[in-house]
Design a protein around this ligand. Structure first.
Ligand code: URA
Length: 216
């Protein structure tokens, strides 16, 4: 694994000890599907904490049991989470634990196993994306092809403020996102060394979808 220096200034590595410990458990082959899923949910909640760090606040008037007060509250429409199917769904529940009112979109994109090029097969998102922070989630930012394609589609659809959250990022994927969408910050639990010839992140954690759903 590379040290925690960000590859790009728009990439944040969430180096909280709990995140790092849970990620180490997820990486291990011996970790069961049940545990893997639970850890994905827990890390997703902690990533969401970082993703939402700069949400705008306003001041509202409230009544406490003791006195009236002015207190901070979130301003504007709540965020929209967009899962890149299918592995992105593994991060949704944890993020929704923290932001239960978020809207949720789904983008179906698979990597052609030969070319590794992203192919879209499903797209369903809320209509008012332009008014929301849109957080695209996928556990693995590998080549970046799927993530970049999803972000392009969301921008075409009106999304103007987009962030990308993942568990693991490869330098190649970060570079690709930075080149095509420099306005999209990446929030990740770690940046690994590289991709192998099959487009897998090394050392990585294997196929996130298979490990979440027990399909291999
Ligand atoms: N997708 C995965 O699930 N794992 C990788 O290592 C790369 C892409």
């Amino acid at each position: 694994m590379s040290d925690s220096e960000p590859v790009a200034t728009h990439t944040t590595v969430v180096d909280h000890p709990l995140v790092q410990h849970k990620l180490t458990l997820m990486r291990q082959t011996a970790t069961t599907v049940v545990k893997f899923r639970q850890l994905a949910r827990e890390i997703a909640l902690l990533l969401a904490y970082e993703v939402t760090r700069d949400l705008p606040l306003t001041t509202i008037d409230i009544e406490t049991p003791v006195s009236p007060a002015k207190a901070p509250a979130l301003e504007g429409k709540k965020l929209c989470l967009v899962s890149i199917l299918r592995a992105g769904n593994g991060l949704l529940d944890g993020m929704l634990d923290l932001v239960p009112s978020a809207r949720v979109g789904h983008v179906g994109i698979y990597r052609d196993p030969e070319t590794l090029i992203a192919v879209e097969y499903y797209y369903k998102v809320p209509e008012d994306l332009s008014e929301r922070l849109t957080v695209v989630v996928d556990p693995m930012l590998a080549t970046g092809n799927s993530a970049v394609a999803a972000v392009s589609k969301l921008k075409d659809d009106g999304a103007s403020q987009i962030k990308f959250a993942c568990l693991l990022a490869a330098p190649e994927g970060i570079e690709q996102m930075r080149e095509v969408h420099p306005d999209v910050p990446i929030i990740t639990a770690a940046i690994d060394e590289r991709l192998n010839d099959h487009g897998y992140i090394v050392p990585g954690l294997g196929d996130a979808g298979d490990r979440l759903y027990g399909t291999r």
